[in-house]
Design a protein around this ligand. Structure first.
Ligand code: FES
Length: 111
């Protein structure tokens, strides 16, 4: 199980849930009523599933693909730890993951 913490754009905790390996972060977020549209359902055509990953968790995630990087270029409020939630599948090794909804100029490394 992975403990997933969702923060609002200001960095305040909005939900904390347990999720299983193999679950997709976008689905976990939507089940937790987080405001991620995910319009294209993971077809890499929208970037409305953009989240900002906590710096301490970022390196535990699989690397960003070139296609994801290209799509992130189109997203608003991108940070150096931005990812697309539709491209993150939780793994056994990942014990915790904190992500913030984009929307404000706020760097999570400073928390
Ligand atoms: S849901 Fe569209 S790119 Fe992730």
């Amino acid at each position: 199980m992975t403990r997933v913490r969702f923060l609002d754009p200001r960095g305040d905790l909005s939900a904390e849930v347990e999720a299983s390996a193999g679950e997709r972060l976008l689905d976990v977020a939507q089940a937790a009523s987080q405001p991620l549209e995910g319009t294209c359902e993971g077809q890499m055509a929208c970037s409305t599933c953009h989240v900002i990953v906590a710096a301490e968790d970022f390196d535990s995630l699989p690397p960003v693909s070139e296609m994801e990087e290209d799509l992130l270029d189109l997203a608003a409020h991108v940070s150096r730890t931005s990812r697309l939630a539709c491209q993150i599948w939780l793994t056994e090794e990942l014990e915790q993951l904190t992500v913030r909804m984009p929307g404000a100029a706020h760097d999570m490394t400073g928390r």
